[in-house]
Design a protein around this ligand. Structure first.
Ligand SMILES: [Fe+2]
Length: 293
């Protein structure tokens, strides 16, 4: 039985409206401050897997609501207090804060924790304070990106693996602030915790089997077994390919929105066009299973 409801399906526990054919759907008629029944959770999961990112508006969820919602989909780890600030009332919630003193620096395409042996399954991001304009987030659908490659390129890539490295992003000068003072000690610990790791360049989705391209500009360092030059050119082609607007959806935040995305099939980019305005977001991570250690 398909759990992919349409906007006109009277049996649906919510309404679903795709935003683009490639990626993203808006969900309405659901209250994330309430406990959802199994049917609604299963239907949301099916929608997430099909559309890659779900958008919910007018959801005044507390950090506890957000964590309870995320837990319906998998394991919710505590926030590692190295790269992110931790919410004082709930250690499972990351606080993403930008203002005049903290300019935004996540304007790079990435998949959350692709540098980990077990990358994040889903991320659940809630807007608390948003700029009057700007501060959008953009997602690219990696099913569509894979489907959009020529057959010969797909054959070339299938079976390859690539090394993902935490340091590819965090060694950049723009991240220098993170390595200063007490924070620097935590970053060193994160560097030791996440040595470079290999992942397939194309991954069948673990739940749907659909193939998704799994590389991102922030963390994918090189294609294994290739010369430095061949890898650099091939990755440059793939990074550029993923930026086609046909694969993308862009979300304009207002306060109390929630976006939930599947890091196994989308990459995302936080548009850094709003400095010095304030932007405050709460993020919760969902894992398929708990990381060891
Ligand atoms: Fe992210």
């Amino acid at each position: 039985m398909s759990l992919a409801y349409t906007a006109t399906d009277s049996a649906a526990p919510f309404q679903l409206r795709p935003v683009t054919p490639s990626v993203g759907a808006e969900v309405s008629g659901i209250d994330l401050t309430e406990s959802l029944d199994e049917k609604a959770v299963a239907a949301l999961r099916a929608a997430l897997i099909e559309h890659g990112v779900l958008f919910f508006r007018d959801q005044p969820v507390t950090p506890d609501h957000q964590v309870a919602f995320a837990r319906r989909f998998g394991h919710v780890p505590k926030v590692p207090d190295s790269m992110f600030l931790v919410h004082e009332a709930n250690p499972h919630v990351s606080v993403l804060l930008n203002d005049a003193d903290r300019p935004p620096t996540v304007n790079n395409w990435h998949s959350d924790y692709s540098f980990a042996p077990l990358p994040d399954f889903a991320s659940v991001l809630r807007s608390v304070v948003v700029p009057d304009c700007g501060g959008d987030t953009v997602w690219a659908g990696m099913f569509a990106a894979w489907d959009g490659l020529p057959d010969r390129m797909q054959q070339h890539l299938d079976g390859l693996t690539a090394t993902h490295d935490f340091m590819k992003l965090y060694e950049r000068p723009v991240k220098k602030r993170l390595w200063e003072g007490e924070r620097g000690r935590l970053m060193e610990a994160a560097r030791r915790e996440f040595p470079p790791v290999s992942h397939p360049v194309v991954r069948p989705h673990p739940e749907s089997g659909r193939k998704a391209l799994f590389v991102n500009e922030s963390f994918t360092r090189h294609i294994d077994g290739m010369s430095e030059q061949e890898s650099r050119h091939l990755l440059a082609f793939l990074f550029e390919h993923c930026k086609a607007p046909e694969f993308q959806v862009r979300f304009r935040w207002s306060p109390d929105c929630v976006a939930m995305w599947d890091n196994r099939s989308v990459i995302h980019y936080a548009v850094a066009d709003f400095h010095p305005a304030r932007r405050l977001m709460h993020r919760v991570t969902v894992l398929e299973r708990l990381r060891e250690g």
